[in-house]
Write a protein that binds this ligand. Structure first.
Ligand SMILES: Nc1ncnc2c1ncn2[C@@H]1O[C@H](COP(=O)(O)OP(=O)(O)O)[C@@H](O)[C@H]1O
Ligand SMILES: [Mg+2]
Length: 299
């Protein structure tokens, strides 16, 4: 069992048609046919969208993505058309709403990894490969890879796990030419972002991009380089051989799997609400990631 603990009702906004309630974002279409993406304060963990929100998360993630799109603008076009609030939208959408070009999305989660951890580490321990790519012996949790690798995944429905797939499988699904463009672009954008983050004392261990086509132009879409789509580690505490401290949902995951939560991940039960101190510590992590990366203070 997984999914939403409580699925929110979409807002009715004149001039907008509700398309989809994602794990974190709500999608609408405006009268011009553009996409209106509204980031909520929802947080997901262990394939559940939790019943507790993290205040300001939607605005932090939207503005961090926006900052990255600007940093990357010379490398890749992005889907952003405007960050102005659409007419008739509720005032509390300000700062977390982006009007974007509606793209023909490529159904591949384009992951780049520069370090070994997570699902990559699990596959490596079984077979010395990640997404079928052979890696040298002797790597441990948190090791830097000899060079960044493209490790695509297929996008799962809410409540399902994304599944890692080989490059050959991506080529079968989207064609060899598009697969090659995805790999080349993912690695180029990752390399740039990693250098930017490194200058700010953050290791960008891995990240996920989504691309779409506008005609035959490949465009960077969705959110980019946020703690929800990336693993950020404080560089001064990076030490291979164990799990790294990180700027994301670690407090949430740790609490949910602790005895204190009373929740069993493998049970059919939905996870319980988060206590205030876990909410506050998590919010502080998102703020810290934003401030360290952009060099500007939040609020
Ligand atoms: N420019 C775009 N055009 C069309 N779809 C997009 C665009 N940018 C992002 N999307 C899609 O919008 C959704 C964003 O909402 P999100 O909460 O992340 O949903 P999900 O639970 O599907 O990950 C994703 O399904 C993403 O693929
Ligand atoms: Mg998403």
């Amino acid at each position: 069992m997984s999914g939403f603990v409580e699925k929110p009702e979409p807002l009715q906004v004149p001039g907008l048609v509700h398309l989809h309630t994602g794990k974190v974002r709500d999608l609408y279409q405006n009268e011009a046919g553009d996409l209106v993406m509204v980031a909520s304060d929802r947080i997901s963990a262990y394939d559940w969208v939790l019943p507790t929100e993290i205040p300001d998360k939607g605005r932090i993630l939207t503005q961090l993505s926006q900052w990255w799109f600007d940093q990357l603008a010379d490398l890749i076009p992005n889907h952003v058309l405007s960050t102005d609030l659409p007419d008739g939208a509720p005032a509390d959408w300000a700062g977390r709403t982006v009007v974007c070009r509606s793209l023909q999305m490529v159904p591949v989660e384009c992951v780049a990894r520069g370090y070994l951890t997570g699902s990559g580490l699990l596959e490596y321990q079984e077979s010395r490969t990640v997404c079928g790519l052979a890696l040298p012996e002797g790597l441990v949790d948190g090791s830097e890879l000899p060079a960044p690798i493209f490790t695509p995944a297929t996008k799962a429905e809410v409540g399902e796990h994304d599944e890692n797939v080989s490059y050959e499988e991506v080529a079968r699904r989207v064609g060899a030419d598009t697969a090659a463009r995805l790999r080349q672009t993912t690695l180029a954008v990752y390399s740039r972002a990693r250098a930017v983050a490194r200058d700010r004392g953050i290791v960008l261990a891995d990240t996920k991009f989504e691309f779409g086509f506008d005609g035959d132009r490949l465009v960077l879409a969705d959110e980019v380089l946020t703690p929800d789509s990336s693993r950020f580690w404080p560089a001064d505490r990076w030490e291979p051989g164990h799990a790294q401290p990180s700027f994301d949902k670690q407090f949430v995951r740790d609490w949910l799997t602790s005895a204190e939560s009373g929740w069993d991940r493998r049970s059919e039960q939905p996870p319980p609400p988060l206590p205030d101190e876990v909410v506050e510590a998590t919010r502080a992590k998102y703020v810290e990631a934003y401030e360290r990366l952009t060099g500007t203070s939040w609020s």
